[in-house]
Design a protein around this ligand. Sequence first.
Ligand SMILES: [Zn+2]
Length: 288
Amino acid sequence: MTCDIRRFVTLGVLLVLLIVTASAAAQPPDRWTRPFEGHRVIGNLYAVGTYDLAVFLITSDEGHILINTGLEDSTALIRDNMNSLGFELDDVEILLTMQAHWDHTAALAEIKEITGAEMWATEGDARVLEDGGFSDPHFGGEESFPPVSVEKIIAEGDVIELGDTRLTVMETPGHTEGSSSYLMKVTEGGRDYDVAIANMATINPGKQLVVDPTYLGVADDFAETFSKQRALDVAVWVSAHGSQYGLHDKYERGQAYHPDTFVDPEGFLATVERLESLYLEQVEAERR
Ligand SMILES: [Zn+2]
């Protein structure tokens, strides 16, 4: 009898623990949803995302390009940030992503619906965008964001043109199969700046590179990305998370615009090299 009660209590405690753990896992980090003011990065590149989930706006006189969203309810925040900078969500013509993970894609379908913009994506990410994350080899098996149809496949070296904006596609696979970065040149005050909107090659926990790889070729994909990014000429860089590119060290709320605010070639190289050593350590550990 006592034993039964004990078992009953133990089961009850386990159940409560399970529920607490599950709801904690479902709760996104506060920094992902915390509003942050829209601001100009350099030239016609603006940041209009949350405190940590980066959303980039590239403006032109023939409409705008929007890269990424935040979570599913981020449309209003993106719209407010755009409005505060004098731009309209309705003028977005092209939607892009850096990586087809729900924290960067979940409002795409809604924004597409509102604006009538076209979704352009790499082949690897297009599949995942269209099935709402179902075919994601790491987080898949269920829908993790509202599916969004893709109008155009983009690939390495493609130049996306809108008005006088030219954005070059650089495939940087590994984090997802279709992870991509975008390169542009900006001229400010008579000086040319090489700008990289770079998807950084972080490895999500539980991902396997060489032993039972999460997808075939994932290790080679990461290696390709590191070698491309190391060779890149970068003055200004930003990435999919504010914390990755030091947003809050470089920029404070209300700070006046200066084209040099996000100039940080050493920081870019150091970040690529740090991530590459984590990658090499994991490859080594898996082979042990
Ligand atoms: Zn991700």
